[in-house]
Design a protein around this ligand. Sequence first.
Ligand code: A2P
Length: 274
Amino acid sequence: MLNLTRRLHNDTTLPVIGLGTWQMPPGEVTYHAVKDALEAGYIHIDTAAGYQNEEAVGRAIKDSKIPRESVFVTTKLESHVKTYQGALDAFDASLKALDMPYVDLYLIHAPWPWSDIGSNHDAGNIEAWKALETIYASGRAKAIGVSNFSPRDIDNILTEATVVPHANQIGLFVGNPQTETVDYCREKQIQIIAYSPLAIGYALDDPLVTEMARKYAVTPAQLLIRYTIERGAATLPKSTHAARMKENAAVDFSLQDADMQTLNQYVNDPRKFN
Ligand code: A2P
């Protein structure tokens, strides 16, 4: 499953299962988690300037001796940076922290600063997107996209964009189906990447999830991760435990249409994303 890929609309290849590193402590915890993941066969690592663990991610990849071009690395522009020059500078800082000449995917982390969720930054997002287009043209990001963007937020940047975002990374999990955004992005060929496919752990002991996992003879984590893949998304389960990383990648089974329907209709979002 770790070799399963999807093609972005610029023809770059995205490994479907990646290691999420949100809320992983910077330094040694992240370093060892990324090393364990690479040893388990993960070839897609997701980080962000805002996670403050880019340095550990970059070091672990370097120390693994896996060639840089064999690993897909995503990082993100901090959510409060909404100017052209600010975004260019932030990208340079991310490459420096990662100690890499390029990233595979660079995302605007959110349409608004985390300190002011929901505030309007339409003009700033257009400016930041222009910077990402400049970075993409330079070859230092092989693909560019957004994160936590609604269809309205994407429509806003498309008014001036020359590059349609290649991906939109959103909180997508059983209980938070994100139907409108997933449908919109499919129509625009914007690849959905699911973060927190386990609802940061909250969905693991949900009664519907545990019962359905029993039916398929898989673990709740595997059912939840498979759900995001069946939705057409790439997916970023986060774990700091090597055994769980392996479990999370062993999702080579299918969910029946009727069960997908049940899961899609289940609204029990413990995190209240978007
Ligand atoms: P840990 O890092 O200690 O393994 P999400 O990917 O939705 O953000 O969820 C991450 C949370 O789920 C973390 O608390 C992580 O804990 C836990 N987790 C990840 N994989 C599994 C698994 N296979 N079984 C149980 N818990 C898991």
